[in-house]
Every structure is written in C-alpha cells, then in structure tokens.
Design a protein around this ligand. Structure first.
Ligand SMILES: Nc1ncnc2c1ncn2[C@@H]1O[C@H](COP(=O)(O)OP(=O)(O)O)[C@@H](O)[C@H]1O
Ligand SMILES: [Mg+2]
Length: 270
C-alpha cells in the first residue's frame, strides 16, 4: 500500500499546504474568442469536503474547473486573468503536468483508454504520477483505486479485458479509479454522473463521500442537479452567466438561499 507519508511527500513537491483552502479563486476572468465567459469571480473552497458547483448549462462551470488544473491552457483563444491557488500554491507558478498529477479530474463522458486493459488504465496513472515502484506496489495501488471507486468486485476476475466490455457506468468508475491512482489531494469532477444510470451514479456519490471522510481528499463536484447537490455538498458555489452568485456551507445555502437564481435552481425551475 502507498503509505500516507509517501503521499504527503508527493503533494509537498508542489508545495501544497493542506491547512490552506483547497482552492482560492480571486478576480478570475476568462475570455474565449471575443466573449467573456467568467466575469471576475472569487471563491474560497474549504479543504477536506465536497464542494458542489451548481449552475445551469452554459454558465461557465466547466471553464471554472479547467482554470483550477490549468486545462484552460489547452483551449485555443482562451485568455485568463486573476489568480487561482490550490492549497496555497498559485497554479501559474508550477508545471501544469505536475499540477495535473496531484489534481485529478473526471469528465462528463467516460473516457477510458480504449486500447489498454482495465488494469493498465489504472496502472498507467499510478506510474505517471510516480506513486508505485515495482509490480507489487503497482498491483496494490490498482486494487486500492478500484476498491475506492467501488468497481473492484466487478472487475477483479477480468482485469485484462478492454474497458469496452464494461457498461458506461462501470467505465466512468474506471475513470474515477484512474484519477485516484495518482493519489490526488484535490479531485475535480465535471458532471461525472450526467450520462450514467442512477445505480452507477449512487456508487460514484458514495465513493466520493467515503474518499473525503476516510482519505481527507478535497473534491469539487460540478452538477446541474439540485437533488445531487443536496445529497453530497458540504459547501455550495452557485454559478450563473459567468458569475458566482452565491456560495457558502451547503446547508445554509439550501435552507435559506439569498439569490433569486439559487432559489430557481433549487426548486428545479431552472
Ligand atoms: N472552447 C470553447 N470555445 C468557445 N466557447 C466556449 C468554449 N468553452 C466554453 N465556451 C463557452 O463558454 C460558456 C460556458 O461554457 P462552460 O464553461 O462549458 O459552461 P457549463 O460547464 O456551465 O455548461 C458557454 O457559452 C460556452 O459556449
Ligand atoms: Mg460543463
């Protein structure tokens, strides 16, 4: 098993300080082509919890997430202004590849590597991130990640199969396992259950909650579902038309929303 000490060393390479907020966003503006997609947003996302980013389609949720792990660098014509810090570290001050090893991401559409086996899909991530040395450690990390993603029991007898043999929901859990195999301290999930069935969605939600509770991971979970937000959020950030209209402890925001947009979103009217 990869020891806690080893994981802490990996995160320290980047200078992560987990006593700081998981993410601090200050005056973030993003333009793509001629349009202003994020219009000067600020937020402080606490560590060791699930922060849900809620907002209707097109409001800038994915763009916000992409600024956290600098995937925005890969968007042609995107221009970014403002500051994003992860555990106290300005994401602009570090190598984006190193950053993405410690800040995992899962996307809306399951995207396992089609030409690799189930085992290799997870193992490659552990290898790239340098969290395992030798076959035995690698096997342990792969098993740990698949267990954490609540997939191990379903694939343990067919680790050599291609991911195409799995259902969509299983493939998404494989992608979660792949992200976890890098031992990230921050996990970004962009509507990870939007395209899978309720049974699989539930497994992903449970897996995320356990990760936070038992491994102290910090999670930013994008969704447009108020029901999902109510189930999993410790902290809630509401995005609308490129602005953060409200943020706070989830219970407070849900029980007494201050903004009209939040009320509409929570009632399902938007
Ligand atoms: N690569 C891109 N090129 C052009 N426009 C983009 C790109 N990415 C996002 N946008 C635009 O930015 C706005 C916000 O998009 P996005 O962040 O994906 O919103 P959400 O995730 O909330 O649905 C949308 O109007 C979208 O069309
Ligand atoms: Mg999106």
């Amino acid at each position: 098993m990869v020891r806690a000490r080893q994981v802490a060393v990996l995160a320290r390479e980047l200078g992560f300080d987990e006593s700081k907020p998981a993410v601090e966003i200050r005056g973030l503006r993003v333009w793509i082509g001629g349009s202003e997609i994020l219009k000067g947003v600020s937020a402080t996302i606490p560590p060791r919890g699930v922060t849900v980013v809620l907002g209707p389609s097109g409001s800038g949720k994915s763009t916000l997430l992409r600024c956290i792990n600098r995937m925005i660098d890969l968007v042609p014509e995107a221009r970014v202004d403002g500051v994003v810090r992860v555990f106290g570290v300005d994401v602009r001050s570090v190598d984006p590849y190193e950053l993405r090893k410690r800040v995992g991401m899962v996307f809306q559409i399951p995207n396992p590597f089609p030409h690799m086996s189930i085992y290799e899909n997870v193992a490659i991530a552990a290898k790239i991130a340098g969290v395992a040395r030798g076959r035995r450690e690698l096997d342990e990390v792969v098993r740990w990640a698949l267990e954490r993603a609540m997939l191990w029991d379903e694939v343990r007898d067919r680790l050599g199969d291609p991911p195409s043999r799995l259902s969509g929901g299983q493939q998404q859990r494989l992608c979660l396992a792949r992200a976890l195999a890098m031992k990230p301290r921050l996990l970004l999930l962009d509507e990870p259950t939007a395209n899978i069935d309720p049974e699989n969605s539930k497994k992903i939600e449970e897996s995320i909650k356990a990760l936070v509770r038992e491994e102290g991971v910090s999670v930013v979970f994008v969704t447009h579902s108020p029901h999902q937000a109510a189930r999993i959020a410790d902290y809630l950030v509401v995005v609308y038309r490129g602005l953060i209209v409200e943020e706070g402890p989830a219970r407070e925001v849900i029980e007494s929303p201050r903004h009209e947009v939040t009320r509409s979103l929570l009632s399902g009217a938007m």
